[in-house]
Write a protein that binds this ligand. Structure first.
Ligand SMILES: C[S@@+](CC[C@H](N)C(=O)[O-])C[C@H]1O[C@@H](n2cnc3c(N)ncnc32)[C@H](O)[C@@H]1O
Length: 213
């Protein structure tokens, strides 16, 4: 068997801690002051069977994983940024977070990375601008990797800014995203403008994807 493809540094990693550590600080403050950080998780919960299996890829400091776990789902958080993994463990000790890149969840590596945790899930969560921080040129590979982790009938929830996104993130026009989704063996089931299911907008895109076949 050929060696698994290398995992290039994401735009997030390339931006470096000076550019990205404000994200963890901002969410620490929101959580500490009792603000609502569960919007994405409420929609994810609606997409899941009770007690569903979830992979939260690019889980950050774990807020979405924690909210889904509190709703009774079996969640694995996957996060490559070591500082965010530490923050997740400190903030939500109940969350099972794996220090890894989404691209390492391909068929060749998934068993080594996830061990006994489910390799096939009901929902892959990839929200909060993860796809616009992937390493350049890895979008199709990342989407195909998410596809490979879906149980029959499973879905992927993706959300990202179309304009006004974070610094160091790419711009990802909807047509290009949909072409990448198709090329990765997925298809768009729904597109919304928010996690509260507003109509599609030019500002933010929320996608529900399923396997194409
Ligand atoms: C803006 S943060 C969002 C974190 C979290 N999803 C949330 O909404 O709170 C973007 C995240 O994308 C992650 N990311 C970027 N490329 C990634 C990849 N190839 N695999 C996994 N995570 C990735 C970063 O490490 C970072 O945690």
């Amino acid at each position: 068997m050929s060696d698994p493809a290398p995992v290039p540094a994401s735009r997030w990693a390339q931006a470096g801690p000076e550019a990205t550590e404000g994200f963890g600080r901002r969410f620490a403050e929101l959580v500490a002051t009792g603000q609502d950080v569960d919007g994405e998780a409420r929609l994810a919960d609606a997409l899941l069977p009770r007690g569903g299996r979830v992979l939260d890829v690019g889980a950050g400091m774990g807020r979405v994983s924690a909210a889904l776990q509190a709703r009774g789902h079996r969640v694995t958080a996957v996060e490559p940024d070591g500082a965010l993994v530490e923050q997740c463990r400190a903030t939500y000790p109940e969350v099972d977070v794996v220090h890894a890149d989404l691209l390492e969840l391909d068929d060749a590596r998934v068993a080594g990375v996830l061990g006994d945790r489910p390799h096939q899930v009901d929902l892959v969560v990839c929200v909060g601008n993860v796809v616009v921080f992937l390493a350049e040129g890895t979008e199709r590979r990342a989407l195909a990797t998410m596809r490979s982790r879906l149980a029959p009938g499973g879905r992927v929830l993706v959300g990202f800014h179309l304009v006004g996104g974070p610094e160091h993130a790419r711009s990802y026009p909807p047509e290009e995203f949909v072409a990448d989704v198709d090329a990765a063996g997925l298809r768009v089931q729904h597109r919304f403008g928010s996690y509260e299911l507003h109509p599609p907008s030019d500002e933010y895109a929320v996608w529900v994807l399923s396997a194409a076949d």
